[in-house]
Design a protein around this ligand. Structure first.
Ligand code: AMP
Ligand code: MG
Length: 486
């Protein structure tokens, strides 16, 4: 276990130079205080968890102090926002402090979000508010616990620094960890600004550090693109299977590693609603829940366009064509497991689709449905969940088919409950739970954020005394409007 001053840096992205990022020092926020820290994220850096409570911890992650070996940089990128190309984005309020490697030799980017203005801030103040920092922290750690690839969050540091959004709020910083912060938009930037040499340098960098296995392939860049397609297909399958809605799937928010990245107005579904739009500013529903699948494909084609200097159009198209079938296969596999099915059959897709249609009609709680379904032997369980549906005849017909399908699987009933509970969470980050924790934190009480974080680190295990965290939202918590402003 290390202390904060024992971290070892190796700033590989910074060494790419000024065409890729700009040196910027973090601008401190006033009266920094620890809101919440993740022991599990600290372990990724071999950090002793008690370090979170040392005064220097809050100083380091609020811009007051910096390691001598850190090289804070704002990265340049561009991207497609809501379908339109924006030629110049970049880190407008976050800084890559440096890359730390742990005893296992894994490198982690330390990214401080809310660290002040940079050359890419445009009209923005370079800040992040407490509310959005807490949401990013909780979501990163909760997704990871659910087995959904995500950037991680080490801590949130609050402050007394005022910032203006719709009203006056307080600035905070969140320390994000990821093996890389390279986005689709990095490749788009060098492609559209016609800097082929820098683009190649970026591709080589990413290939060497993050896709080393692709080097062995006859066409390494194509193999890398294929891996990106595969990882995104799996990522989106997990989002859809667990009801996660990202909300701002612009290409600058898409990680080349295929991890969930840049949290804004995201939401987990409470009631199942295929057309759910979590981003209050998304008038057209471009990033609605069910659109996430075609949008991920669209985003990959935007990345493919940027890779045309290196890879033939035919090969790119063919590889893009893998996305949907791969997505479908992963998604069906997850949904089968959520339903307690152990074998694949031809009509599984229809069984899942019919169920979702019925849930949609009846506004059935998406998370609790699967948990209840696994709680008891199947024949009893369908009688319990039946009460939540409005189309009872439709549900009964579905249940007959589902039970018949289970009967065809030898030994399915054995260990069913444990098997299903291991993939069907009891606790998810419902918006109203986050909202309640944020309101307490805005009043200076961080206990609720910390408790919620603890509950969400073990989403599949029933935790004594925590029943309240597994409940459907109360009336006030059903239609919270989460805007993009953060
Ligand atoms: P996002 O919607 O958070 O993914 O941000 C899109 C772009 O706007 C990125 O280039 C951000 O760095 C930038 N940005 C967002 N909020 C701010 C802010 N408060 N100040 C400066 N830049 C910002
Ligand atoms: Mg972003």
């Amino acid at each position: 276990m290390k202390s904060l001053d024992e971290l070892t840096f190796d700033n590989r992205f910074a060494r790419l130079g000024d065409a890729f990022s700009t040196h910027v020092l973090p601008e401190p926020i006033a009266e920094p205080r620890l809101v919440v820290a993740s022991d599990a994220a600290m372990a990724l850096l071999d950090l002793d968890p008690t370090e979170a409570h040392s005064p220097v911890f809050a100083e380091l992650f609020s811009g007051h102090k910096l390691w001598a070996e850190a090289e804070p940089r704002a990265m340049v990128y561009s991207g497609h926002q809501f379908g339109s190309y924006n030629p110049r984005l970049g880190d407008g309020r976050g800084l890559l402090l440096g890359e730390v490697y742990n005893d296992a030799g894994e490198h982690w980017d330390l990214h401080l979000k809310g660290a002040g203005q940079t050359p890419y801030s445009r009209m923005g103040d370079g800040r992040a508010v407490l509310r959005s920092s807490i949401r990013e922290f909780l979501a990163s750690e909760a997704l990871h616990a659910l087995g959904i690839p995500s950037s991680r969050a080490l801590c949130v540091i609050g402050s007394s620094t005022p910032v203006w959004r719709e009203t006056q709020e307080r600035a905070a910083m969140v320390l994000r960890l990821a093996p890389s912060h390279v986005r689709f938009g990095h490749f788009e930037y060098f492609y559209y600004t016609r800097q082929p040499e820098q683009q190649r340098e970026l591709a080589e960098h990413v290939l060497n550090l993050h896709f080393a296995e692709c080097r062995e392939q006859p066409e390494p860049y194509l193999a890398m693109f294929r891996t990106i397609v595969e990882r995104n297909a799996e990522l989106i399958a997990r989002w859809q299977a667990y009801g996660f809605c990202h909300g701002v799937m612009n290409t600058d928010n898409m990680s080349i590693l295929g991890i969930t990245f840049d949290f804004g107005p995201f939401a987990f579904l409470d009631d199942f609603d295929a057309g759910f739009i979590c981003n209050h500013s998304d008038d057209q529903g471009r990033y609605s829940f069910s659109n996430q699948v075609p949008i991920a494909h669209w985003n990959l084609s935007a990345l493919a366009q940027a890779l045309t200097p290196f890879i033939s159009v035919e090969a790119l198209k063919e590889t893009l064509g893998l996305f949907l079938p791969l997505y479908q296969a992963h998604y069906l596999d997850l949904m089968r497991r959520r339903l307690g099915l152990t074998e694949a059959r031809d009509d599984d897709s229809a069984l899942v689709e019919r169920l979702l249609g019925l849930m949609n009609k009846g506004a059935v709680d998406y998370t609790l449905f699967f948990r209840k379904l696994g709680d008891q032997p199947a024949a009893q369980a369908v009688r319990v969940v039946r009460d939540d549906f409005v189309d009872l005849a439709g549900f009964d017909a579905w249940a007959v088919e589902y039970l018949a399908r289970l009967d065809q699987e030898p030994g399915n009933a054995e260990g069913r409950r444990a098997r299903m509970h291991a993939v069907n969470p009891l606790y998810i980050l419902r918006n109203y739970l986050a909202q309640r924790a944020i309101e307490a934190a805005e009043g200076g009480d961080y206990e609720e954020v910390r408790r919620l974080h603890q509950v969400l680190t073990r989403p599949f295990e029933e935790q004594p005394g925590m029943q309240a965290y597994a409940e459907r939202p109360p009336e006030w918590g059903k239609h919270l409007e989460i805007s993009c402003s953060s």
